[in-house]
Design a protein around this ligand. Structure first.
Ligand SMILES: Nc1nc2c(c(=O)[nH]1)N[C@H]1C(S)=C(S)[C@@H](COP(=O)(O)OP(=O)(O)OC[C@H]3O[C@@H](n4cnc5c(N)ncnc54)[C@H](O)[C@@H]3O)O[C@H]1N2
Ligand code: MOO
Length: 419
C-alpha cells in the first residue's frame, strides 16, 4: 500500500462511517449534543400581542395632537400584569396600565413607557408619542405553532437549550455517542499502576487518547496494555472490536514485532489504508469490520498518536455524533522564525500562539521529535506545513489548526475593541 495524502485519508475514513443511532436524553443532559430530529413549536410565543415595556396601553389616535396642544391626558381603566387576560376594552380617551409581557388589551394599539408619562391619580399624561404599534411584541414573534424551530443537526448550546425548554422538550432526541476502547501495545510499556522499572516506558498513549476522547464528550474504556505476542494481542483486539471504535496504539510500523495490521486482518478487519503522507504519524492504519466497528491503528510514538487522533479519529467521532463541523478550526498566523522542512509529507508542527496588531503569531514550542511530549503539551495549535514546502521564513503566513479553541481569552471583548 502506498502513502495516502492526509485529505484523502480523512475522506476515506468519513466515507466508511455513519452517524450513531438516535437516543433520547433529558433536557438537562443535552448540552453539547447534536439534535437528531427536527423540533417543532407546540404553541405561539408570545401567545398574543404583548407589551415590551412597563407603561400604558393606548390608542395612538388619542396622541396625535400632543405636540400642538401639550400632553394627552388619558383616564386609566385597568391594570394588566403578565399572565393576566384583560377584560376591558380601551376606548377613546382611555388607557390601561400594563406590565412588560402582559397582553395588549382590545382597542389599544401602542404602548407608551412609564418614563414618557406623568401620573396624577387616575389620569396619565402622555408626554411623547412615537409611532403607532411602538413597544408591542407581536403574537408568535418568538415561536410559531407548528413551525420547525430547530433543525436536525444543530448542536445544543445554551441558547438552543433555552428554545428546547420553551417548547417543553423534556427529553431531547440526539445522536448517541460511540463506545470507544483504547489499547496500548508493546512489551516495553509500563502501566500507570505498575512499579517504576527504568528499562520500561510509561504508557502515555492510553491516557492521552483517553483525554482526547473526553474532550469530545466521550468516556472511553481503557483495555490496558497488550504485550507483543500474538495471543495477547488477539485477545485484546477481539475485546476491543466489541466497541464502535477501537483506538490501538503501537505496533503498526514495519518492525519484527509489529503484529497489529496482520492481526487485525485475521480478525476480520478490512484495512482501508496504511501509511499517510504526514509527519509525525505516517504509519497510521484504518479499517472497519462487517459489523461497523472502526479501528484506528495509531503509531506508537506518543505525539504521532495524538496528532493522528486529531486529524483522523476526532473527525470520525464527531461525524458519528452527528456534528456537521467535524474538523478543528484553523486560523492564519505569521511565523516568528525561519524553519527548514523536508518535502513530501504534510508536517504538523506544534506551535504556541500570541497576537500583535496585525494578527496571530505562531512560534514552535520546541523540539519536534515524535516522542517529545513536552512540545505537544505546550502547543496551542498545529501549524500545517504543506507537503511541497521545503523552508519557511520568519513573517510568512501559515495556517494553524487550533487545539484549544474552546478556551476563553485573556482580555474582555471590549478591551480588544476599544484598544
Ligand atoms: N523501519 C522503519 N521503522 C520505523 C518507521 C518506518 O517507517 N520504518 N516509522 C517510525 C515511525 S515514524 C513511528 S511513529 C514508529 C511507529 O511504530 P509503531 O506504531 O510500531 O510503534 P512502536 O514501535 O510500538 O513504538 C514506537 C515508539 O513509541 C513508544 N510507545 C509505544 N506505545 C506507547 C505508549 N502507549 N506510551 C508511550 N510510548 C509508547 C515505543 O516505546 C517506541 O519508543 O515506528 C518508527 N519506526
Ligand atoms: O511518523 Mo512517526 O509518527 O514520525 O514518529
Amino acid at each position: 500500500m502506498s502513502y495516502l495524502a492526509v485529505d484523502q485519508a480523512q475522506a476515506c475514513i468519513l466515507e466508511h462511517l455513519s452517524s450513531c443511532a438516535v437516543e433520547s436524553v433529558a433536557l438537562n443532559e443535552s448540552l453539547g449534543r447534536v439534535v437528531a430530529e427536527d423540533i417543532y413549536a407546540n404553541r405561539n410565543h408570545p401567545p398574543y400581542d404583548v407589551s415590551a415595556m412597563d407603561g400604558y396601553a393606548v390608542r395612538f389616535e388619542d396622541l396625535v395632537q400632543i405636540s400642538e396642544a401639550g400632553p394627552a391626558e388619558l383616564e386609566i381603566i385597568d391594570d394588566i400584569r403578565a399572565g393576566q387576560i384583560p377584560s376591558l376594552r380601551v376606548l377613546q380617551g382611555r388607557s390601561a396600565r400594563i406590565m412588560t409581557g402582559a397582553p395588549v388589551p382590545a382597542g389599544a394599539d401602542t404602548v407608551i413607557r412609564v418614563e414618557d408619562t406623568e401620573l396624577d391619580e387616575n389620569i396619565v399624561s402622555i408626554l411623547v408619542a412615537q409611532k403607532c404599534g411602538t413597544n408591542i411584541r407581536p403574537l408568535g414573534e418568538n415561536l410559531r405553532d407548528g413551525e420547525v424551530v430547530l433543525e436536525a443537526g444543530i448542536t445544543v448550546t445554551p441558547g438552543v437549550l433555552a428554545i428546547l425548554a420553551m417548547v417543553k422538550q423534556k427529553q431531547v432526541p440526539v445522536f448517541a455517542r460511540p463506545t470507544v476502547a483504547i489499547l496500548s501495545t508493546g512489551d516495553e510499556l509500563e502501566g500507570l499502576d505498575e512499579a517504576i522499572d527504568e528499562n520500561k516506558i510509561p504508557d502515555a498513549n492510553s491516557y492521552a487518547l483517553m483525554a482526547q476522547c473526553q474532550a469530545l464528550g466521550i468516556k472511553p474504556v481503557l483495555l490496558g496494555i497488550a504485550r507483543d505476542n500474538p495471543i495477547e494481542i488477539r485477545a485484546k483486539l477481539t475485546e476491543g472490536l466489541k466497541y464502535d471504535v477501537l483506538l490501538a496504539s503501537g505496533g503498526v510500523s514495519v518492525g519484527h514485532h509489529d503484529f497489529m495490521r496482520p492481526m487485525l486482518e485475521e480478525l476480520g478487519v478490512q484495512v482501508h489504508f496504511w501509511r499517510v503522507a504526514m509527519r509525525p504519524g505516517h504509519p497510521l492504519a484504518f479499517g472497519t469490520t462487517a459489523t461497523g466497528t472502526a479501528v484506528f491503528g495509531l503509531p506508537g510514538n506518543p505525539v504521532s498518536s495524538m496528532v493522528c487522533f486529531e486529524q483522523f479519529a476526532a473527525p470520525a467521532l464527531k461525524q458519528m455524533m452527528g456534528f456537521q463541523k467535524c474538523f478543528r478550526r484553523t486560523i492564519t498566523a505569521r511565523l516568528t522564525h525561519d524553519m527548514k522542512d523536508r518535502e513530501g509529507r504534510t508536517h504538523f508542527v506544534r506551535v504556541s500562539l500570541s497576537r500583535d496588531d496585525l494578527g496571530y503569531l505562531a512560534t514552535s514550542t520546541g523540539t519536534q521529535g515524535s516522542g517529545v511530549l513536552m512540545s505537544m503539551a505546550l502547543a496551542e495549535g498545529l501549524m500545517i506545513v504543506p507537503a511541497a514546502a521545503t523552508s519557511l521564513k520568519a513573517g510568512e503566513t501559515v495556517v494553524v489548526q487550533l487545539l484549544q479553541d474552546m478556551d476563553f481569552q485573556e482580555q474582555a471583548a471590549l478591551e480588544n475593541v476599544d484598544g
